[in-house]
Design a protein around this ligand. Structure first.
Ligand SMILES: Cc1cc2nc3c(=O)[nH]c(=O)nc-3n(C[C@H](O)[C@H](O)[C@H](O)COP(=O)(O)OP(=O)(O)OC[C@H]3O[C@@H](n4cnc5c(N)ncnc54)[C@H](O)[C@@H]3O)c2cc1C
Length: 385
């Protein structure tokens, strides 16, 4: 399929593919086994200017957008989704700054992120607040000169590894979601510590940790936009970031498809490679078709984000839901095509199946995102916009 990428996008895509093949592929199984954060690869990505991709030129970035990020994430995820999400979570952490930050905040944080010197993260989820994000309990009490944070965030990607955290907390407990605000919290702020590192099914080389705030004083100038904007900032952020999860999903699905084709060409049963069996051919054909359909939807949604369209909730949710369901199906079918070998850790398919599952869960579960899509349909009474 021709996606009419620019020459710059193709160059960046090729560079990301080269890093994935030369640096990630040889170590992905070990990183997964040891559940080790991929610092060496993060350094390679920084040296190759990959963190500049999604940052505007005036802050030392390359001025790319959502599609550019998706192209890199897809290539990284084709080799290892854990690396891909560690990279993409940095974008998640700084989108609120990009969209709502002051010039001073941007100058202070973005050049370091662009250089890959400091990673970022975004923290909304809490033990009592997952899909129902309005149930957050972390508070940010206004005091002279700043805000005092108290509470615990759960399941935060890049937790403990990142230096810059965008945290959603209640500045007014009486107003529920309307009382939430977004604050930038630096790693070494007194009163900010990290809880346990989660032991996960997949994306095991990525870091997922609790953030604990105990009387943590954050300077007043670290509020993003103004008090009460936290929820709007978070929802707008997810509208922009969900195509990135779609890209993670198509990357892992593409990797699994390739692993299945390679294996089917080599595995001999009944005197012939199993790829000569029509049952296997049809599975592969369906897998390839699904991956391409998901890619087309993800790129289209990313382009819509980049167009500056006011409301991309529906398209962005569709891209994430469809691509992640495809990733789960395609990786499961890849394991099936590899047969018993597919179930073994010596082959990459089982890791891909474990890694694919999370794309149906985070940044809005697929059930919740189907609610989002249905809500948009109801609003316009089913007619196409
Ligand atoms: C590895 C990992 C990394 C993560 N990284 C981050 C991060 O960086 N930052 C961050 O803030 N969060 C992060 N999260 C949190 C993630 O976004 C939440 O786990 C997710 O939104 C689901 O919330 P929950 O786990 O509390 O599930 P719950 O909300 O408890 O959902 C449980 C089940 O109920 C269903 N359900 C709930 N409400 C509805 C509804 N209204 N309609 C239909 N079905 C419903 C869900 O679909 C799900 O099947 C991460 C999670 C994981 C596992």
């Amino acid at each position: 399929m021709e996606y009419f990428l620019t020459e710059d996008q193709k160059t960046m895509q090729n560079l990301a593919r080269r890093i994935a093949e030369e640096r990630i592929l040889p170590v992905r199984a070990e990183l997964d086994e040891k559940e080790e954060f991929p610092w060496e690869i993060i350094k390679d990505l920084a040296d190759s200017d990959m963190f500049r991709v999604f940052i505007p030129e005036q802050y030392d970035g390359l001025g790319g957008g959502c599609l550019d990020l998706c192209l890199v994430v897809e290539e990284l995820s084709r080799a290892c989704s854990a690396v891909a999400v560690s990279y993409a979570a940095v974008d998640l952490g700084i989108i609120p700054l990009l969209d709502y930050g002051t010039e001073e905040q941007k100058q202070k944080y973005l050049p370091d992120v662009a250089a890959g010197k400091r990673l970022a993260a975004f923290a909304l989820t809490e033990p009592t607040a997952g899909s129902d994000a309005s149930a957050i309990r972390t508070t940010a009490e206004k005091v002279a000169g700043g805000y005092v944070l108290n509470g615990t965030k759960q399941f935060i990607t890049n937790g403990g590894e990142a230096e810059i955290y965008t945290v959603i907390a209640l500045t007014d407990r009486t107003k529920g979601a309307r009382g939430a605000s977004a604050l930038i919290v630096e790693k070494d702020t007194p009163g900010f510590s990290f809880g346990k590192k989660e032991k996960k099914m997949g994306i095991r080389a990525s870091a997922t940790r609790e953030l604990i705030f105990q009387n943590c004083l954050v300077p007043e100038e670290n509020i993003i936009a103004r008090e009460g904007m936290g929820f709007i900032i978070a929802m707008k952020l997810f509208d922009k970031s969900r195509p990135g999860i779609g890209a993670q999903a198509i990357g892992v699905a593409q990797g699994a498809l390739e692993a299945a084709v390679d294996y089917a060409r080599e595995r001999i049963q009944f005197g012939h490679p199993i790829i000569s069996l029509q049952a296997v051919q049809h599975m592969l054909a369906d897998m390839a078709t699904q991956v391409e359909a998901a890619r087309a939807l993800v790129y289209a949604a990313a382009r819509m984000v980049d167009s500056g369209a006011r409301n991309v909730s529906e398209e962005s949710a569709m891209a994430k839901v469809f691509a992640s369901d495809v990733a789960m199906k395609v990786t499961t079918d890849a394991v099936q095509i590899l047969g018993g070998a597919g179930y073994m850790r010596d082959y990459p398919a089982e890791k891909m199946m474990r890694d694919a599952k999370i794309t149906q869960i985070y940044e809005g579960t697929n059930q919740v995102l189907r609610n989002v899509i249905a809500l948009e349909l109801r609003k316009r009474k089913g007619k196409r916009a």
